[in-house]
Design a protein around this ligand. Structure first.
Ligand SMILES: Cc1cc2nc3c(=O)[nH]c(=O)nc-3n(C[C@H](O)[C@H](O)[C@H](O)COP(=O)(O)OP(=O)(O)OC[C@H]3O[C@@H](n4cnc5c(N)ncnc54)[C@H](O)[C@@H]3O)c2cc1C
Ligand code: SF4
Length: 564
């Protein structure tokens, strides 16, 4: 047996193991949809099927961060009576607004210019974290074993290289890697198939992609960082059902990204900002761009008299159709955003995550019924590529590359034209699929080519400093454990990243984890405040030297999001 260690192990110990039919890593929309579908189908046929879901958050939903405007196509397929069953999605979209922001003004884009696929009519606004919690309850009611607080930290391979399970991380390991009094070894979970639904930049998924060369025929995956706050606004500012997106200021036209602002529930507004991680200026701080965006005269009034109640950040996949890796390998499959199924111009991926969970469940059940195990679930891959998910991603496949190549204004105009063509011409459009080119870290420019950006100081009312914000994510980690942000070479931050890129980790991390401080010897020292990490995975993606390896900390650590 060999393993891909995703986390430091205290010592070689005998671990207990449990046998299941299907093991699922990650209780997000993709993983829970797979679990629910498996049990629904097995129950309907009167079959016994053991399904387990591992979740690294302290509870289901604790690590979920999304917009979210949700296309119900996935839920409709999974639980057709979700409305009657009390799913926490009650605000229907009433109005779509698209604004182009300049430093002092804004231009509203008429809705008729937007391709029909951009229309949010029929979609719902809510918290994907809350929806996920509800899905967790549905899964448990069907008999799925859901284990929050348990991070899968190793993939288990048999002698032929077939994936036959995962192991949870050891608990009670000291910072030095030595077992403490509280040491409990991890547990092995074996399954006929293992479905990886870790979301964007999954830590085990990364190793699987490398080991099975799943991305050898696809473009590099692309990402954005999404930073979000939830506000309780004054009742006279609340416009339930309003969905507003902006692009332009405060980003320059060479930097991709934009904002979302959704009114829902009881005087709630979800406001967030996405910066595409292929940005070049190493002095850029996505967090500070977001804070600055809120001060725009078209945006700030929404928050007058309101209060911020939550904060968080998460990477979002942006590569779409051409970056989809091969989805299957012996013994398992990648689901949802572990593979990257976000429709970028719609900023939606949860519907595809659920649809992929359904498709993977159907393929796994078909295989198990046929007495198979440990092989490739090829019907899952076919369904994703030729079914609704593939169609959704194909229609918008050129938007992100056009934006990256031609900048915000020309790129978005060309992207709009391309979407129209695809929508009218059955996905064929102008007949081409553009490439993304470099991975995001390689797009980072040298500090010598840019000037530091002077961001305004936070006012504590509308704009906030990073550490105050992190306290609104309820992040908590056991302090005495190995640092889960592993540096392949500890010297690189100061020897390479600082002189060449002004060590951008200080700015791209939305939780203030990375600092360059003065050491006792008066020289700069790289400091990692790992306990603040909100598990967004940006450092793993954007570090220009690819020197940071994000691995799962002890299960249960990380943010404790509610309503994100
Ligand atoms: C800022 C932002 C805005 C967005 N807006 C929208 C929107 O408006 N509408 C929309 O439809 N989509 C939106 N998306 C995209 C959407 O959130 C994702 O497509 C969706 O969450 C993907 O679902 P998933 O189940 O694949 O992964 P996730 O939702 O990321 O869930 C993965 C789960 O796996 C767990 N996990 C990861 N690794 C491990 C491990 N090793 N062991 C145990 N557990 C693990 C995580 O803790 C998490 O709970 C947005 C995303 C972002 C970041
Ligand atoms: S340390 Fe990395 S994963 Fe954690 S919050 Fe910072 S950028 Fe995100």
């Amino acid at each position: 047996m060999t393993t891909d260690a995703g986390a430091p192990s205290a010592t070689e110990v005998e671990r207990e193991s449990m046998e299941f039919d299907v093991v699922i890593v990650g209780a997000g929309p993709a993983g829970l949809a797979a679990a629910i579908r498996l049990k629904q189908q097995a129950d309907a046929a009167g079959e016994e099927l053991n399904v387990v879901v591992l979740e690294k958050g302290s509870e289901v939903g604790a690590h979920i961060l999304s917009g979210a405007v949700i296309d119900p196509v996935g839920l409709d397929a999974l639980i057709p009576d979700w409305r009657e069953q009390g799913a926490p999605l009650t605000t229907e979209v009433k109005r779509d607004k698209f604004l182009v922001l300049g430093p002092a003004g804004e231009l509203s884009l008429p809705n008729f210019m937007m391709p029909p696929l951009m229309n949010n009519h029929g979609n719902y606004i809510g918290s994907l974290g809350d929806v996920t919690r509800w899905l967790g309850e549905q899964a448990e009611a069907l008999g799925v074993e859901v284990y929050p607080g348990f991070a899968a930290s190793e993939v288990l391979y048999d002698k032929d290289g077939v994936v036959y399970g995962v192991a949870t991380g050891d608990m009670g390991v000291g910072r030095d890697g030595e077992p403490k009094d509280t040491y409990t070894p991890g547990m092995e979970l074996h399954g006929k198939y293992v479905l990886f639904a870790e979301g964007a930049r999954g830590s085990l998924t990364k190793g699987l992609i490398r080991r099975f060369e799943l991305d050898k025929d696809s473009e590099p995956q692309k990402f954005g960082i999404g930073i979000k706050e939830v506000w309780e606004v004054a009742p006279d500012k609340h416009q339930p059902g309003l969905v507003q997106h902006t692009f332009g200021w405060p980003l320059d036209s060479r930097t991709g990204g934009g904002s979302f602002l959704y009114h829902y529930g009881d005087n709630l507004v979800a406001v967030g900002f996405v910066v595409h991680l292929n940005y070049a200026n190493p002095y850029l701080s996505p967090y500070d761009e977001f804070q600055r965006y809120k001060t725009h005269p078209a945006i700030a009034p929404t928050f007058e008299g309101g209060k911020r109640i939550a904060y968080g950040a998460r990477a979002i996949t942006e590569g779409g159709w051409q970056s989809l890796p091969k989805l299957v390998f012996p013994g398992g499959a990648l689901l949802g955003c572990a593979a990257g199924m976000v429709n970028v111009p719609r900023i939606k991926g949860s519907h595809n995550a659920i649809l992929s969970g359904i498709a993977a469940a159907d393929a796994a059940l078909e295989a198990i019924r046929a007495g198979r195990s440990g092989d490739e679930l090829t019907t899952y891959e076919q369904e994703v590529r030729t079914g609704k998910i593939g169609w959704d991603l194909k229609l918008v496949r050129n938007v992100k590359p056009l934006w990256s190549k031609f900048g915000t204004y020309v790129g978005i105009a060309l992207g709009g034209l391309d979407m129209w063509a695809n929508q009218i011409l059955y996905g064929i459009g102008f007949g081409y699929t553009l490439k993304h080119g470099k991975p995001d870290y390689a797009a980072t420019g040298k500090a010598s080519s840019y000037k530091p950006i002077d961001y305004p100081k936070p006012d504590g009312k509308l704009t906030f400093d990073k550490l105050t914000s992190v306290s609104f994510s309820a992040t908590n980690h056991e302090e005495h454990q190995p640092v889960h942000l592993q540096l392949k070479d500890p010297a690189i931050p100061i020897l390479v990243n600082l002189p060449e890129y002004a060590e951008p980790a200080q700015r791209y991390c939305p939780a203030g984890v990375y600092e360059v401080v003065e050491g006792d010897d008066g020289k700069p020292r790289f400091q990692i405040n790992a306990q603040n990490c909100v598990h967004c995975k940006t450092c793993d993606i954007k570090d220009p030297s690819q020197n940071i390896n994000w691995v799962c900390p002890e299960g249960g650590g990380g943010p404790n999001y509610t309503g994100m």
